[in-house]
Design a protein around this ligand. Structure first.
Ligand code: TYD
Ligand code: MG
Length: 464
């Protein structure tokens, strides 16, 4: 007689299973992480060992498998396509994460309309807003007359039934946290529900060749609710960044099975929705009439795209405990840079508050930002501005050395293109003489050590 299926629980931190609910995971020790797991159909009854298992798929030599480039359908928004690696892929599942209000629904509504107009049948499933609210937004975006289909529904089983009936080529689920499956008793938005709904929709996408875009909200600590759970289920993870107070938004590909991760798309939020920005360098530069202390322009590289970003620092006398604060740049790295600056260049900020900021709400994670951060700090501390038309890039090591950054020439080319006149760069990134023409008008100052960089800047100031 088959035993009744027991409910089981899975730890959402480490994935360990348990037959009972426990307050603390016995495997990893995390508190309150056990979540109800969907009951699995009982395993097939034990077969006799004489009976061979039928192989579902024959094995093939690797060389015999035909390698195919996946076909991509452009969404009609060049910046979104860039982040996606060229467009949407049939059967691909994309997760678009970001803070509430940053523009996820707006962008996807625009993209779906463009796809639908290009003959790709689209379905927009809204769980957060009513159909009327979506229609109102569409009118504001100037696409109120769009013939694409909208479904206001949060029950997974109904959504799957509609997908089976309407057979769209691309569907947006806005958002995955509002969806629930009948098979689970936990509330929508719980890890178990999010995982189950995403898994079922992914199965549908793969089986039917439909592209599914899941919208995910980000919790306060910066993680998608249902941390890590969704990221490995889906093919592509895109993340909306940017300051909700400024109009610029970035979409970064964190993971992409169909293209390069790290690619970014840049948008501006306007009266009529999100518009792509094809030359983003200028927007991450501050608007100063003349150079100000504490500001240094960094030649950054985001994905394959060089971008100029202003890094600002404010160094100010501290009260009892000096504070180190960072917006858009790595705070741990800031502490390290301050130590290197002290030890290898004799610049001491021990009794100072240090604040650093990347202008425009952009997040810079690459170590190549080190040199610019350091120079901005030095400039703020001394109260003297860096020279006009100055950029820097380069990683700084604990021994005070300046290490090369990837794709140095592209960074220099971007700076030359935007009319910068002086670049401080790692010696190892110094371009060969024969390519000097590409950086015409840009004076190159190669440095190998931190103290050399500080001295080079001092010399430049004295020249002015
Ligand atoms: P929304 O797409 O609703 O964000 P999310 O789905 O990520 O929560 O973004 C809405 C914000 O964008 C809201 O604050 C209003 C603003 N907005 C514009 O500035 N212009 C527009 O054309 C639209 C539709 C929204
Ligand atoms: Mg929304």
């Amino acid at each position: 007689m088959p035993r009744p299926a027991k409910p089981s629980y899975i730890c959402n931190a480490c994935g360990a299973g348990s037959a009972r609910w426990l307050g603390r995971c016995p495997s990893c020790g995390a508190w309150n992480t056990l979540e109800e797991a969907p009951t699995m159909p009982a395993l097939s009854p034990r077969r006799s060992s004489a009976e061979p298992l039928a192989a579902a798929q024959p094995v093939q030599p690797l060389a015999a498998i035909e390698a195919q480039e996946v076909a991509r359908t452009p969404t009609g928004h060049a910046e979104l396509d860039r982040a996606l690696g060229g467009g949407i892929v049939a059967g691909g599942v994309v997760l678009l994460g970001g803070d509430p209000g940053i523009g996820k629904s707006t962008l996807l509504l625009q993209a779906l309309h463009a796809l639908h107009s290009a003959g790709v049948a689209a379905l927009y499933v809204t769980g957060e807003e009513s159909g009327a609210q979506v229609a109102l937004r569409a009118r504001r975006l100037g696409i109120g007359a769009s013939p694409m289909n909208v479904l206001a529904e949060i029950r997974l089983e109904s959504i799957l039934a509609t997908l089976a009936e309407a057979r769209p080529s691309v569907a947006v689920i806005d958002s995955i946290q509002t969806m629930y499956s009948d098979q689970l008793t936990s509330a929508p938005g719980s890890v178990a529900q999010v995982r189950e709904c995403a898994a079922q929709l992914t199965r549908w996408a793969k089986a039917q060749g439909c592209t599914i875009i899941l919208v995910g909200h980000v919790t306060k600590d910066g993680q998608l609710a249902g941390p890590r759970v969704l990221e490995h289920i889906v093919d592509t993870v895109l993340y909306f960044e940017g300051d909700t107070h400024s109009s610029f938004r970035l979409i970064r590909a964190i993971k992409n099975r169909f293209g390069a991760a790290g690619e970014i798309g840049v948008f501006a939020m306007t009266e009529s929705g999100l518009k792509g920005v094809s030359n983003p360098s200028a927007i991450f530069l501050g608007q100063h009439e003349r150079p100000v202390p504490g500001s240094c322009v960094l030649a950054a590289l985001e994905g394959t795209r060089p971008m100029l970003v202003e890094v600002q620092a404010l160094v100010d006398e501290a009260g009892a405990a000096p504070r180190r604060l960072s917006v858009g740049l790595d705070r741990e790295r800031l502490a390290m840079l301050l130590a290197v600056l002290h030890r290898h260049a004799g610049v001491a900020c021990g009794d100072q508050d240090v604040f650093i900021n990347a202008v425009g709400g952009v997040r810079i994670a690459e170590p190549a930002a080190d040199l610019a951060v350091m120079l901005a700090i030095g400039s703020s501390l001394s109260g003297r501005a860096l020279p006009r038309g100055f950029i820097a890039f380069g990683e700084v090591g604990l021994a005070g050395e300046v290490r090369p950054a990837p794709r140095g020439q592209e960074r220099l080319r971007e700076a030359a293109k935007l009319g910068f006149s002086t670049a401080l760069l790692p010696r190892a990134n110094m371009p060969p003489r024969r390519s000097a023409k590409a950086f015409e008008g840009l004076r190159l100052l190669p440095v190998a050590r931190v103290d050399e960089a500080i001295a080079a800047v001092r010399e430049l100031r004295d020249e002015e």
